[in-house]
Design a protein around this ligand. Sequence first.
Ligand code: MD3
Ligand code: FE
Length: 203
Amino acid sequence: MQTLTHHGFRIYKSYLSPPAQRAMVDGLRAVIRAAPLSHYETPWGKRMSVGMSAAGAFGWVSDRAGYRYADKHPSGVPWPKIPDAVLAVWQDLVPDARAPECCLINFYGSAAKMGLHSDDTEGDFTQPVVSISLGDPATFRMGGPSRKDPTRSILLESGDVVVMAGDSRLAYHGVDRIRFGRSDLLQKGGRINLTLRVVTPPD
Ligand code: MD3
Ligand code: FE
């Protein structure tokens, strides 16, 4: 398996085979039926272009009151369980980590993007974040621990997995654009990104 590293980001190209990608998408359809995608509002009142849902004990949500991890979908239903095939990726790549408490599901349509940010509201930065890309390729921007650090962009394609651990855990990153319609994994096009996270502080 080809592994690239950049500022401590570990990139596993084609970690999931096409059949494994299809099986994972089937499992995610059931999750999204129970906990539909939402376009959250930022605390500043802007509708996010990325549609989001989650599985696990916590999901990331945002509204005018702020963003936070919540133990229920905005509709009041509990988040569905994280599918076993998704948990298996975490077990394989970061076996010594705590169990993931959130599988954030990001859906990118043709015009969706995510600005440069650092994921800095979780409770235990010693724990990694694992990202799984499915569907259309995306131009992913990765930088360093400061917003001012130089960035470079790489293409994340369906089946690629990225591990952010150690020095890269608080690095700035974002999604510049989607190459809509390049993959045939999702019938209507678009990209799904899963991020597995530990959310609560250590005990
Ligand atoms: C580096 N998602 O949900 S995944 C996010 O493709 C997010 O949907 C992007 O950034 C996406 O917060 C990028 C890669 C990623 C995810 C989390 C990270 C990189 C990260 C956390 C820390 C450092
Ligand atoms: Fe992020």
